[in-house]
Ligand binder design. Structure first.
Ligand code: C2E
Ligand code: CA
Ligand code: CA
Ligand code: CA
Length: 284
């Protein structure tokens, strides 16, 4: 207003970034990968029984030279659309696997080796080299397949037919863990859960929100309780997302959830926040 005229200015400090055009992001994505403008933050996954860290989820960010750090919601859908998610996803997997190795070599996590969780988009799931590339990445880093967990959204998995599930089955047979991400948002029918090669169900943040208040919403409590017992009956571990308060954490522990992730424990951060950093290899 102070500047007069017919101009609008948004108070949101992000407004500049919000107006970056789709087109611009899309055209800059490939070069950004080459220029190594992406980086990964890790968010710990905490065991509910003893509070120890079982692993961390790799979350990619784009350090845009002009617009600052962009969250994945700003560019993953575009990368998925253009296909750049395949090389970008491969890069994330490579970095995360090497990082997990580094944690293990340094003994972070104690007796039980730390695991790393990596998000896999639908397009990567359909990529013919998914299995062979993943195996190569694990082998060249020297990471046990059981130390990697691939997170696939419930909606992507539910829509997948048997052919599309085959690579995931192969990876699961090799020992790689598969997590059903954002569970509860994809309307799976319960029977279809049985055909998925998943070992873990990640309960979406929308379910944990109602447990922030004390006393918690009784319906939300029942729903989470039901999902946990169903998951356990199917031999799936339950990880809850978006735990922000001590009250939530305590309720979810009482409901039998196995592990949790959220700001209450830690925000996503650099690999050092879990104990050590990945040293840059010479020439990188
Ligand atoms: P997601 O897989 O559901 O990841 C969890 C998101 O919740 C992350 O957002 C994380 O920062 C946020 N979060 C964690 N704890 C809390 C909490 O206590 N409260 C709240 N309000 N939020 C919390 P982020 O990092 O912005 O990532 C957004 C989405 O982008 C991810 O959702 C995932 O679907 C996607 N994504 C991130 N990295 C990758 C990647 O490397 N590849 C692919 N394909 N997708 C990725
Ligand atoms: Ca995820
Ligand atoms: Ca999720
Ligand atoms: Ca989510």
């Amino acid at each position: 207003k102070a500047r007069g005229g017919n101009r609008y200015e948004l108070a949101d400090p992000d407004s500049d970034a919000r107006t970056i055009s789709r087109h611009m992001l899309t055209t800059h994505l490939p070069a950004a990968l080459e220029k190594e403008e992406f980086f990964i933050e890790y968010q710990p996954l905490v065991r509910m029984d003893d509070g120890s860290v079982e692993g961390a989820e790799a979350l990619v960010r784009w350090a845009h030279p002009r617009h600052g750090v962009l969250g994945p919601d700003r560019f993953i859908p575009l990368a998925e659309h253009t296909g750049l998610i395949v090389p970008l996803g491969r890069w994330v997997l490579e970095q995360a696997v090497r990082q997990a190795c580094e944690w293990q070599v340094r003994g972070i996590g104690g007796a039980r080796p730390l695991r790393v969780n990596v998000n896999l988009s639908p397009r990567q799931l359909r990529h013919p080299e998914l299995v062979s590339e993943t195996v190569t990445i694990l082998e060249s880093a020297g990471l046990a397949p059981s130390s990697l967990c691939l997170e696939v959204t419930e909606s992507a998995l539910i829509r997948a037919d048997d052919d599309e599930l085959k690579p995931l089955r192969q990876l699961a047979d090799l020992g790689v863990r598969i997590a059903l991400d954002d569970f509860g948002t994809g309307y799976s029918n319960l029977a279809s859960l049985r055909r998925l090669p998943a070992s873990t169900l990640k309960l979406d943040r929308s379910f944990t929100r109602g447990l922030q208040r004390h006393p918690a919403d009784p319906v939300d409590l029942k729903v989470v309780e039901g999902i946990v017992s169903l998951a356990h009956a199917l031999d799936l571990a339950v990880t809850v997302e978006g735990v922000e308060t001590a009250v939530q954490a305590e309720q979810l522990r009482e409901l039998g959830c196995d592990s949790a992730q959220g700001w209450y424990y830690a925000r996503p951060g650099p690999p050092e926040s879990l104990g050590c950093a990945l040293p840059m290899a010479a020439g990188q």
